[in-house]
Design a protein around this ligand. Sequence first.
Ligand code: PLP
Length: 495
Amino acid sequence: MSVVYYSTRSKGEPISASQAILKGLSDDGGLFVPSRIPELDVSLQELSKMDYPGVAYEVMKLYLSDFTEEELKNCIKNAYDEKFDTREIAPIVKTKDAYFLELFHGATIAFKDMALSILPHLMTTAARKNNIQNEIVILTATSGDTGKAALAGFADVEGTRIIVFYPKNGVSPIQEKQMVTQKGKNTYVVGIHGNFDDAQTGVKNIFSDKALAETMDQKGFQFSSANSINIGRLVPQICYYVYAYVKLLEKGEIEEGEKINVVVPTGNFGNILAAFYAKNMGLPIGKLICASNENKVLYDFFDTGIYDKNRKFVLTSSPSMDILISSNLERLIYYIAGNDADKTKELMSLLSGQGKYEITPKMKENLKDFYGNYASEEKTAAAIKDVYFDNDYIMDTHTAVAYSVYKEYKETTGDTTKTIIASTASPFKFTRSVMNAIDKKYETLGDFELVDELSKLGQIKVPNAIEEIRTAPVVHNNQCDAADMKATVEKYLGL
Ligand SMILES: *Cc1c(COP(=O)(O)O)cnc(C)c1O
């Protein structure tokens, strides 16, 4: 039986993969989940002989069951091409104690490119398959990296517009510059006076506004999402875990069937959820290690079974993980509740009402594949410095959070299983924090001077994504209050 999609919050009629991608979020506010997690139907040995697009096809075909082989292969071919600076797409770097899976070789040098370079192709294919005449308006909240990757993916894509909301004071200078210099006549970028959670909640409210949806439809528009709530984001992210495993196998680093651990620096819980899917598809993964920064709501959740967002929001040096409401955790909640939509709905309404819920002991038992911990700002900086001096390898701040948690995990558990660390951004995106961690003497330099120093120190060429924005003119200069996001959307669309 092929995979169809249900909401996490009600057992209504299922919809197809292409419809789930178009809708983004279910009408009841739930997230779409596949009717079952499919098993890999090609052996790991066979997969190990394939390139990235080959592996991606074998994984994605199992989820996107109403796409034809030709449609899906076309989407994959158009996504994983010269936009990436290496044919490997997601290369693995071996250091003394871990394998870094570098997911930042795409157009905007963060792991968001892994999914957002294919999402526009999946979306336009899905629109064609479902005879959609409306223009699709992609509405996106970003903690810094999704925004640019989505803008780059959707810029000037026919039949689409994209509106990005980011926290005005909550992203790195390079991240902001990347977004506000974005070209494309269908692109809109707005800094909001609030944090990422405000942006994400605003976007979710706009999505579930039925009256607005009707007005939109009359004017020939409909919304969709480029956030990781969209399964069109999640499914492409499963592929690189499978790819990483089979490449380690191909290189003789592991034996077939040998379990590996995976460490993921986590914010919205999308990337680590993709690893959870990979494990449940039959990929030999041991522990899923969830690394948070000082916004450690997930660590506390794994520790106590209580999710509580009522706490101070901390601005850290890993801004893409400055999140207190991890949207994708809802999908995990659904699974650990035994695919129980009523229970999920109950807990999610507690979250939106009181900002807090507690899972049952039985549900907590189902979390045993996960280990959660967090890294303070000091530990994150120390990790960058240590790994640079020990391995001559420069990590970005998010990857450093993961590395720090990994070290702590190893020390406290004694587990020596081979481990992949998801390396989610290029250090060039967070130059100031990275260089200051290595040596305080850099503190006085400007943003682009730091870029050049980093290039010298790491003997890495400055990525094109950075060269492009050095002199690019600012073309978006919009701000609004979080409460005015809907009005801003209406203004842009002329509603
Ligand atoms: C988005 C992001 C994360 C967090 O990923 P989630 O899927 O939201 O958990 C981590 N690191 C970087 C660099 C990111 O851009």
